[in-house]
Structures are given as structure tokens and as C-alpha cells.
Design a protein around this ligand. Sequence first.
Ligand code: ADP
Ligand code: MG
Length: 676
Amino acid sequence: MIPANIPKATLAKLAKLGIHNRFDLILHLPLRYEDETQLQRIAELTPGASTQVEGEIIHSEIMFRPRRTLICQIQDDSGVLHLRFLNFYPSQQKQLAVGKKIRALGEAREGYFGMEMVHPKCRTIGEDTPLKQALTPVYPTTAGLPQATLNKHIHSALIELEMSDTLPQALLHRLKLPGFADSVKLLHNPPPEISEEALTGRTHPAWLRIKFDELLAQQLSMRLHYRKRRNRNAPRLPAHGRCTQQLLQALPFRLTQAQQKSLREISRDLEQPHPMQRLLQGDVGSGKTVVAALAALQAMENGYQVALMSPTEILAEQHYLKLHDWLAPLGIAPVWLSGSMKKKDKLAAAERIAQGETQIAIGTHALFQEQVEFQKLGLVIVDEQHKFGVQQRLALRGKGSEPHQLMMSATPIPRTLAMSYYADLDVSVIDELPPGRTPVITKLVSDARREEVFERVRRACMEGRQAYWVCPLINESDAMEIELQTAIETHQALRTTFPELNVGLVHGKLPPAEKAAIMAAFKAGGVQLLVATTVIEVGVDVPNASMMVIEHAERMGLAQLHQLRGRVGRGTVQSLCVLLYQQPLSELARARLKIIYENSNGFDIAQHDLRLRGPGELLGARQSGVPMLRFADVSQDTALLNGARAVADEILRDFPDAAQAHLQRWMANKHDYLHA
Ligand code: ADP
Ligand code: MG
């Protein structure tokens, strides 16, 4: 793919920049441009602006104090300018000898001797060397790969590569987008009259075309995956309404509008003969579990089995208990399966699943890792799907006919991000919290004022309420150990501080039975203050807990803080979340704390997070295996993203060849990924 005449050493450097073929070369777009199309008179130079001057060297000398410096004077018919070089080669010194005519490009500034340029880019010129006709691109590069070399290879690729448009003219006309070849050429060789701002700000139509193409390729490949899935078979699981009605009537609450709408969408999917892949998004506490339970019942009513998988034992266990409560009156007994069970019990559980004695199995990913064969699996529900990697989710796929899949996430994905990276899934959103919740009050408190926080905790617990005390991850490496250590020490200290309270401790390394016992005691109110590691981040539901203290909140991410805070504010009493932080705060930490303090809606927080960290971080486990966008920015290019979405189906329908050509051009080298 890469022309044979490029030396090996250069190839290695190009590879470092992610350039492996000619197409990569032409898409290696400039960071900025230099304007060598005009000349400025030396007398008219203004400080700060980057400009080009032309003149004759009238003086050149090396000074040794304060440090070795080459200083030259260049003169045109209006004045004299000093050029200053701290690092220079003998060849440069020769180029800048008295009598030579040069052009110098740089930023002018007021120096000791008057106007000067430091390290300008200099070119020796002859009698009538023409000015450049286009802005000079400056490319991102790597050590040992000069701009000139990069420029040369890019420009020959521009000539050699076949760059016919992948998209039909009529469509481009309608979308008001320029041609692909013209756009690429323009970005590498922009005529001088173009606003440099539109180029570096990536708002020029040529840039829009590149970004559109990238987004369109992403949409096309996701739509194709989506279609492929619709060609596979899954059991039809129509809603009969028997068990679901019974559960609805037994619930102490009515579903919110948003829950009902999501449930309708899921219910309709389950009736289809192809596998559902739906993401159910809802903020912490929005009531996803009951929707999942109703979906599960729809599958069970049709004689199919359901698997509900959670990322942690604590969470899986909570689901087990909750579903047990809800389903037992209907004569349904869930089976529990987790990695930490005794081998004998595990085998017994697996046996019941294989024999079809149980209709619903609840557990951790052990459900799919152990040799568990479902007799008739119809629906897989994955809670907190972002906690699972692509591989784990792939393992879910059953044998033979494929189960329907419902993925749930409490880490809201901003709409634009979902439209882009999750375009191959269907998405339901529960965008409303159940009524009767009182918003949580958030306080930022410096660790120096711990004592005051102790008082608040004491008062809350003495009034019959309960509190969490969260000790976060210290750092990423050997996190578990230190995290554990901190939690144990904090537990000791708080027991001394609160002799009158029952202080419990729960962390990831605790044996499951003990973990379950503590959680049960906390739920029942026997334990008033629960010291916890971030294991309680997901899903724990104890409505009487109305206070949470988070230590070292400055070290935590926005999503995590939001999840943790969502553990309180589940009852009707006013809840309080205290974020303890240690000075000094980094700028990022300060920004995060401000956002979490000012916002309570998970989607708003996620939107801020997207701006703060970019999409890669936010997608979490998903990012491995997902080609990230290089040119488009989903938080800014919303209009383009909408456009690409809108035309993707049309192109697949009306211009299948164009779709193929486009994917071939943009995706040929990307390893592509699936939502299994
Ligand atoms: P999440 O979406 O975070 O998983 P849960 O499903 O755990 O939330 O629900 C949080 C709490 O709200 C639970 O105690 C649940 O029983 C309760 N709940 C769910 N739906 C409603 C509703 N429509 N009205 C009142 N309470 C509800
Ligand atoms: Mg949940």
C-alpha cells in the first residue's frame, strides 16, 4: 500500500503516527498553517503576529554571553530586523552569511535591540523566487521525521491515490458538502484567501466533509451490524400479561410514565423473531429493576428461561432478594449462581438450570463462565453493562437460537455519544425518577473540618436514620490492597469515634456470606453506619440511608461520584451527601467537584464529563475494540452526526455500492467490532 520508494526508517516513523498506507497519508491533516504567500515590510511588523519578511543579511555574528547565540540583521527597504538563534548548525550560519538574500517567517517581538524574531524559519532566495501560492501545512509529527519529508510523502500520495468520491453527487449537493478529493486537497494546500481560523477550528466545509465521511462510515457499519442481527433468529416472546399483571398489582407503587414507555419498547422487541439488543438507560434510582423483572416475566410466560447478570456479588444478591420477593407469590423461584459458591452448590444450581427446573437464574458473570447450559434461554439481562467488557458480553450468546438481550446502565451516556457509538443498539431511556424523592443536598467539605461531619453523622443516626461512609480507591495500581487497608483503618477509627453506634464494614474481599450478612443487617437497620469501599457504587438500595460521606472525593470520577450519591435520597426524608476533599485541589478535581455540586441529573453530569474527558474515557470498557473518531467530535459536531444518521439508511437502501465503497475506504483497516 505504501509506495516502495519510502525508506524503512521513514516507514517506521510513519507507523508511529498511525500511517500505514496512502489513505492514512492523505488523512494526516495539518494541525495549523504558516502563511508564506505574503511579505510584510519590516517597518510595519507588529509584535505577536506570525509574518514573513524578505531582505538581505547585513550583519551576522556569534555572541557567547549570556549564552552562545547566532545573531543576524536582515534589512529591507523599510528597516532592519534582528534574527536570533540559540541552537544552530554551521550550515545555518552559512545560509545566514552577510550578503545572502533570505525570507524569514516567524513571530516578531520587541527585543533588546528593537524588533526581533527568535528561531524564524529561513529560506535562501534568488532574484525572483516566487511566493508560495498556498498556505504551508504544519503536520503533527514525531522525532526524526521533518515536516518537509512528511509533506513530500503526503503530496505524492495526493497525486497517486485514486480519490473518486464514494458518495453520489446529488446527495452531496443536498447536504451542501464539497467533494472528497477537493476537500482533502484543500486541507493540504489551502489557497491564501481562506480563513485560517476556519481551518484550524475545523469549521471549513472541507473539514465538515471529512468529519461527515468519518461519522457516516461509523453509522453505516453500525447499521449493517444492526441489520445482520435482525437476520438472525430469536424466539418470539409475545406479551400474555398474566404474570406481569399480577406483579404490577402486587407492587406498592405505580410505574412512572417513563418506566411504562421503556417497558412497552422492550415488550415489543421480545415479540420479534430476531434478537433484541436494547440498552435501558436510566439514572440511578430511576427504577430499572422492576422494568427488568417485568421483561423477565414476559419471557417466562412463554416458557423460556431468563438470566440476570450483575457485575458484583452484592448487586447480584440484591437483585436475587428483590426478585425473589416479587416472583415467589407467582410461584417462581429464582436460582442463585456466583463464582464464590461452593462447587457442590454451583453444580446443583447449574443442574437446575440445565434441567429447566428454574425459569430464572440470577448471579454474576459466573452464570456464563462456568459450564452452565440453559435448557431454553430466551432473555439475558445484563445490569450495569458498562462494567462488563466486550468479551464478557460476547460470551453471553447462547447456542443455536439466540436469546434476546436487555442491557441496563445507570451511567447515562450523553445522547450524541449514544447516537454515535451505540448506534447499533436500540435505546430506551427512563428519564424520570419515581415521585416522592427529595433531592439530595450535596456539601463540599475540606477534610480539615472532619469533626463537623462526625457531628452530622451522629445526629442522623441518633434520629433513626442510617449513613454510608465511603473510602475510595487510592490509586489505580495495587488498588485493592490499599483500598482495603484504608477501609479497615477507617472502620476502626469510626468505631472509636462513635461508640454509641453500630458501625459495619463491607468491602470486596469479604467472604460472600459475611458480605451478605452485613448488607442484610444494614438493610434491617441493625447497622447504622456502614463503612464501605466503592463496592456499593452500583445498585445498592437502602431507602432509610439518608446520609453519605465520601472520603477523598477529589480523586473520584464524575460518574462514580454520581453513582455513589444515588445510594441516598431514596426515601422521603431529606438526604445529605458530604464530599470530603483534601487540599490542594488540582484544576480537574476542582472542576469535577463543582459539576457534581451543581448538578443532580445524571445526563447533565455525563454531558459535562464528555467535555471534560472526551468520549474515550466515558465509554469505559467499551472503548477497547471500538475505533474512536479521529476527526469528528461528538460533543460539537451534533449537526453532522444527525446528518450522517439520517442518510445512512438511505444510502444503504438506494446506493448500496456507494455504501460499500465508503466503508471500504474508511473501515478497511479498522478492526471492526460487534455488540455481539
Ligand atoms: P435503578 O434504576 O438505579 O436500578 P432501582 O430499580 O433499584 O433503581 O429502583 C430504586 C428504588 O425505587 C427501588 O426501591 C424501587 O423499588 C423503587 N421504585 C421503582 N419504581 C418505582 C416507582 N414507579 N415508584 C416508586 N418507587 C419505585
Ligand atoms: Mg440498578
